[in-house]
Ligand binder design. Structure first.
Ligand SMILES: [Zn+2]
Length: 279
């Protein structure tokens, strides 16, 4: 049974880039007769925009992207996250780090002597084992080699907040997703999460990375770069635009209902068109 999800952070309204990711994960799930869930990844309160807890679900609904079950809130899993941290610490994967931004090495790795010391009040880092996976078998892209991961990365921040990599890695396991479809800007995150799965001796879901929407300068659309919210009054043209971006067959011009556009897109969904030239 296919079980997929869309997991936005509540940092603002959906923009075209996030709608593309939502649509791609929805279509991949529904075209495989799968379930599709909405999880709000709300574990970084300083970055939250309270209105987006409402606006994201409403925007999805106005585009016919209706999820199964209740909305899942990642923040509700705090205890489970801590349990996994204890488990990983017990198995020797974690260490406490007192480094500051200025003393961290290449790609934010701790390269000082934190490991091997007890550092209360530091951040908690995951130390990469030597057999960490380096290749990701992507559903759309085929075998993806990325630069090797930094030798360690944060799983709990110094301010006590659980880091995205840990929370997402273990929630994806416990919520039973078989497929994680996300933007290709998260390719390296997927590898980090696979390393955590391996450390927990649990199989990873299958990953598929979608092309990301950029602005004219080639920079990923995001709230930080001033991306505009999706106009909920024009769902048909938004969906047509997102389908074209995903290189899917365009629905006939006379289709003018959201559900009919989605129905056409589900039965015509193609993974192979996403393969090349997008990254
Ligand atoms: Zn350190």
């Amino acid at each position: 049974m296919y079980r997929g999800r869309f997991a936005p952070s509540p940092t603002g309204p959906l923009h075209m880039g996030s709608l593309v990711t939502a649509l791609g994960s929805f279509l991949d799930a529904r075209s495989h007769h799968g379930e599709w869930y909405l999880r709000i990844d709300d574990i970084d309160p300083p970055r939250h925009d309270k209105r987006s807890f409402e606006s994201i679900p409403r925007c999805l609904e106005s585009h016919g992207l209706v999820w199964d079950g209740d909305i899942i809130l990642q923040s509700q899993r705090r205890e489970a996250h801590e349990d996994y941290l204890s488990k990983l610490r017990h198995e020797g994967y974690l260490f406490d780090c007192l480094c500051t931004r200025a003393t961290l090495g290449d790609r934010g790795a701790c390269v000082s002597s934190c490991r091997g010391h007890i550092n209360i009040d530091g951040s908690v880092r995951f130390h990469l084992p030597i057999d960490a996976p380096e290749i990701l078998d992507d559903l759309f892209l085929g075998q993806e080699h990325t630069d090797s991961l930094p030798e360690n990365f944060i799983v709990k921040r110094r301010d006590g907040l659980i880091a995205y990599q840990l929370a997402t890695a273990v929630d994806d396991l416990d919520e039973g997703y078989t497929h994680v479809i996300r933007g290709s800007d998260l390719l390296e995150s997927s590898l980090r999460q696979m390393v955590i799965h391996q450390a927990l001796r649990r199989p990873s879901p299958e990953y598929g990375h979608l092309p990301i929407v950029t602005d004219k300068a080639g920079i990923k659309l995001s709230k930080q770069t001033g991306a505009l919210a999706v106009d909920q009054n024009t769902p048909i043209s938004n969906l047509r635009e997102a389908l074209a971006f995903l290189k899917q067959p365009s629905p006939p011009k006379d289709i003018d209902r959201v559900d009919d556009i989605l129905h056409h897109a589900i039965i015509n969904w193609r993974r192979d068109t996403l393969k090349s030239g997008n990254l």
